[in-house]
Design a protein around this ligand. Structure first.
Ligand SMILES: Nc1ncnc2c1ncn2[C@@H]1O[C@H](COP(=O)(O)OP(=O)(O)OP(=O)(O)O)[C@@H](O)[C@H]1O
Ligand SMILES: CC(C)(CO)[C@@H](O)C(=O)[O-]
Ligand code: BAL
Length: 282
């Protein structure tokens, strides 16, 4: 496994693989890797001959008061895990390599509608930053397939829409959420939690499961259900960002006609913001 920092080097190596007619899979990450990321790499290795994993903490997708500076950077541990999981090439560029003229002067990709609501409402500009960097990664790596986690379900929907609208020749694959023993979705940000916060955190998934069970049993008063679920999270000591029930395809508010609905939640434990989601067929 090799690690490269420059686009020039990345392109030279990839040209070699293409000459050998190898297929390429991309797994974009922000590093500080856990078993969720590793599951994406394994899926990518099943889908293509070569796996490129990018590690880039993308400044464009962070809000001014968010954790860009403190986001954990653990490149050497990440490299070991990626090598074991079947990554061929790690692309770990600097912010200067990706945004040579700075963020303000950089072209941006906006994906309307699906970027609105949920995390898009609480993190203005976030999905613009994600869509911009992912479209650049697609252009830099030119993968046949790219793998993203369902844990970030709105992000996956944004990337699917962008890929379709811009006719990017990449197959986007979603991978199921990997969880801790107690149901908490694995996330780099779990590392920010104190012992007490970590003990409380599984209530997010438990509330998603309990609400999904009520929907499966026939409840369709989605607004009331969301409010009840939000109240449960607040009572457990979390600061609620949102608990929404949406059409699984469009991520717009669910209606009684929707067969597939997705429950999306975001909540703060102290200063740590965690997200999770669960889909249910009615
Ligand atoms: N628990 C998980 N299961 C499956 N995929 C995951 C999981 N956590 C993250 N991913 C996926 O890994 C990719 C890179 O995500 P990222 O590096 O932001 O990790 P993260 O743990 O979600 O970090 P953060 O805590 O910042 O949200 C994304 O496609 C994301 O959906
Ligand atoms: C897809 C991504 C790597 C883009 O920076 C990021 O949003 C993430 O880690 O999910
Ligand atoms: N996992 C999504 C990246 C972010 O929160 O910025």
């Amino acid at each position: 496994m090799r690690t490269v920092n420059s686009l020039k080097e990345l392109r030279t190596i990839l040209r070699g693989y293409r000459q050998q007619e190898k297929t390429v899979a991309l797994v974009p990450t922000m590093g500080n890797l856990h078993e969720g990321h590793i599951s994406l790499v394994r899926k990518a290795a099943e889908a293509a001959d070569i796996v490129v994993t990018s590690i880039f903490v993308n400044p464009m997708q962070f809000g001014a008061s968010e954790d860009l500076d403190t986001y954990p950077r653990t490149l050497s541990e990440d490299q070991e895990k990626l090598c074991d999981a079947g990554t061929t090439l790690v692309f770990a560029p600097s912010a200067e390599e990706i945004y040579p003229e700075g963020l303000a002067r950089h072209t941006r990709v906006v994906v309307p509608e699906v970027s609105d609501g949920h995390c898009g409402a609480s993190r203005p500009g976030h999905f613009e930053g994600v869509a911009t960097v992912v479209s650049m990664l697609f252009n830099m790596v030119q993968p046949d397939v790219a793998v993203f986690g369902e844990k970030d379900c709105q992000q996956l929907a944004v990337i699917r829409k962008m890929t379709q609208d811009l006719m990017l020749p990449v197959e986007v694959i979603g991978a199921p959420t990997v969880r801790e023993y107690d149901g908490l979705a694995k996330s780099s940000r779990n590392g920010y939690l104190s012992e007490e916060e970590r003990r409380l955190a599984p209530v997010i998934y438990q509330t998603l499961q309990a609400t999904a069970a009520k929907i499966a049993a026939g409840r369709e008063d989605f607004l009331e259900l969301s409010q009840e679920a939000g109240d449960q999270l607040r009572e457990a000591g979390l600061r609620l960002d949102y608990f929404n029930i949406a059409n699984s395809q469009t991520l717009k508010p669910a209606t009684r006609e929707d067969k597939h609905v997705t429950l999306l939640a975001a909540a703060f434990l102290g200063t740590t913001r965690l997200i999770d989601n669960l889909s249910v067929t009615r």
